[in-house]
Design a protein around this ligand. Structure first.
Ligand SMILES: [Zn+2]
Length: 346
């Protein structure tokens, strides 16, 4: 059944507003993922099916001409095309000077052809732009980029959406009294832009889709609006490295701060905090600030880790030099003793 068929845009996981290039890229990415040669066992058959579906979707959406037809007629675009041809033939029979009367009569005939092709039982057909069908609107999908701070606090975003809607002048038929509609050039559709404000809650996870109910494409003939999905991408941060809900920061400390211990000012996603560097800290050791990471899906908070980086002054003052020389003269075990031993140099 045509109505059970998955939407080609869903198969390619692209929004209906995707460019030809985005479609091509999505196809290549998924083709690599689904390719049956890469799978075995029970998964192979499943992937074969997906691969077939993917190719079919790409064949139609990859070609701007067939894509236009698909956008207009849905999965029955080929039948829609037959209807179009029949309509054009009916029109050409009257010649160029088709009078308004004939045009009007013609329009009625087209209605008949339309009914014949689509049948009365196909009202559930998805994606059809024809009048008379109550069809829920498509779901729309778009990406949003968030900073770590926006993930922490939640944020309000204005999002501009482009939506294919039926042409108002011709009701989506592309036809005005037997001639191509002048408003939409006979395509039956027009692009409508709208800007909506969306509240993104705190704690969204990278790579997830946030559903905004009822903000998708307009339904046809009283059908309800689809949903809008926001694909969340968390922007990399210059200071905080994200690992799940945990954050990692490299924290430079002077060698004497590491040796003697110190209280230093360290960054967090909110205000900076004073953290205690314990005496005798080694390079690469970690300090943990519990609950100062990102919100988790479960409602908690991740941790913030500081990895100590022991740094030296770029140039030594005379006093520095004296103190280091003093250190050098004191007796210490050889820090390379273990290394030499492990290398067999006993
Ligand atoms: Zn139109």
């Amino acid at each position: 059944m045509a109505s059970a068929q998955r939407d080609y845009y869903d198969i390619l996981a692209v929004p209906r507003t995707a460019t030809g290039d985005e479609i091509k890229k999505a196809y290549r990415r998924l083709a690599r993922q689904y390719h049956p040669d890469l799978h075995s066992g029970p998964k192979k058959a499943q992937m074969e099916q997906k691969f077939k579906e993917l190719n079919e979707a790409h064949e139609v959406l990859g070609d701007p001409e067939t894509r236009k037809k698909y956008d207009r007629y849905g999965h029955r675009w080929q039948e829609g095309e037959a209807y179009e041809r029949a309509r054009q033939q009916a029109g050409s029979g009257a010649g160029a000077d088709m009078g308004p009367e004939f045009a009007f009569g013609g329009e009625q005939d087209f209605g008949d052809i339309f009914e014949t092709i689509f049948g009365r039982g196909s009202r559930t057909g998805s994606g059809s732009a024809f009048r008379g069908f109550t069809t829920p609107g498509e779901d729309l999908e778009t990406g949003v980029e968030l900073t770590l701070r926006e993930v922490l606090t939640g944020v309000s975003r204005r999002i501009r959406l482009a939506e294919k809607v039926p042409c108002q002048a011709c009701g989506g038929t592309g036809d005005q009294r037997g001639r191509p509609c002048t408003t939409c050039g006979g395509t039956g559709g027009q692009t409508e832009h709208r800007t909506i404000e969306v509240k993104i809650p705190a704690g969204v996870q990278d790579g997830t889709r946030v559903r905004v109910a009822g903000k998708g494409a307009t339904g046809r003939n009283g059908g309800k609006r689809g949903d809008l999905y926001l694909r969340v991408h968390i922007k990399p941060d210059r200071v905080f490295r994200r690992e799940g809900a945990d954050l990692h920061v490299t924290l430079p400390v002077w060698s004497w701060e590491a040796a003697l211990g110190a209280e230093v000012l360290a960054p967090t996603l909110a205000d900076p905090v004073r953290v205690k560097v314990p005496p005798g800290s080694r390079a690469d050791s970690k300090l943990r600030l519990k609950g100062k990471g990102l919100p988790t899906a479960a409602g908690g908070r991740g941790d913030l880790f500081y990895t100590l980086q022991i740094v030296m002054p770029t140039s030594l003052t005379d006093e520095d030099r004296k103190l280091y020389e003093q250190l050098g003269r004191a007796r210490h075990p050889d820090p390379r003793a273990d290394l030499l031993l492990q290398a067999g140099h006993s």
